[in-house]
Design a protein around this ligand. Structure first.
Ligand SMILES: Nc1ncnc2c1ncn2[C@@H]1O[C@H](COP(=O)(O)OP(=O)(O)O)[C@@H](O)[C@H]1O
Ligand SMILES: [Mg+2]
Length: 234
């Protein structure tokens, strides 16, 4: 459904992504794990159109979308829940969700999706009129995911959704990711938290300084000695 072919991304002289190839089949959860600075966010930014690849191709549903502007990528059905808490702190939860639907004009569908997102995130529904900036870290993370869902994506890309969350909330966020996937949304999950990511992933890639060093089924990598040594604390 979505694939990267020999993708290279530079920031000025910094060679951040050194020719990687990744396949994300429809309906699956694919994870990209790796240490801080490995290039995980850059991969998602390149797919989103926020970073321009130097070479290589991004192909989505048989069409090449390399270098497309971000709004066109969203309109094609690929949404990004960015790293950290990139919600709008001065807008309410409800307004943040509406912004997630900026690429759409189907009012009835948007209202339907607000209901759907409220079902997935009851905490957000309770806080609909609260300013985003007053939410807890975990709630802001959930809002970032919920906002991405408001574009009604076919592919949801998540950048470290577990970052900074207490273990109980990590479990909750991952349950929600599972539920979103079960409803038919393809997921590309970027994580430093390899253990949790590998457990929900159908397929995984390990990124080290801009290069894929290992790939395989999530369950298999969970038991791989190299992965255990480097990412799962032996
Ligand atoms: N805007 C930028 N300008 C220059 N270098 C950047 C920029 N963003 C990221 N980098 C560099 O690219 C590399 C990969 O970064 P990133 O994709 O954020 O890694 P990760 O998400 O895996 O932590 C790092 O060396 C980082 O310093
Ligand atoms: Mg990152």
């Amino acid at each position: 459904m979505l694939s990267l072919e020999n993708l290279q991304v530079y920031y000025g002289a910094i060679h951040a992504i050194k020719g990687i190839s990744i396949t994300i089949p429809k309906g699956k959860v694919v994870t990209l794990i790796g240490a801080n600075g490995a290039g995980k966010s850059t991969v998602l930014r390149a797919i989103s159109g926020l970073a321009k690849p130097r070479s290589g191709r991004i192909v989505y549903n048989q069409a090449e979308i390399t270098g497309w502007p971000p709004e066109n990528v969203v309109r094609q059905g690929i949404a990004l829940a960015p790293e950290g808490r990139r919600i709008l702190p001065h807008l309410t939860v409800f307004e943040n969700l509406q912004l997630g639907a900026y690429s759409r004009s189907d009012k009835a569908g948007i209202a339907e999706d607000i209901d759907k997102v409220n079902g997935l995130f009851p905490r957000l529904q309770e806080r609909a009129q609260q300013k985003g900036g007053t939410l807890s870290g975990g709630e802001q993370q959930m809002l970032a995911v919920a906002r991405a869902l408001m574009s009604r994506p076919q592919v949801l890309m998540l950048d470290e959704p577990s970052l900074g969350l207490a273990p109980k909330l990590v479990a909750e966020v991952f349950e929600i990711i599972r539920a979103i996937n079960a409803q038919g949304c393809t997921v590309l999950l970027v994580e430093q938290n390899a253990f949790t990511a590998l457990r929900i992933a159908d397929y995984a890639y390990v990124l080290e300084v801009g290069t894929i060093v290992l790939e395989g089924e999530g369950e298999a990598l969970l038991h791989d000695e190299r992965v255990r040594a480097a990412y799962l604390g032996g």
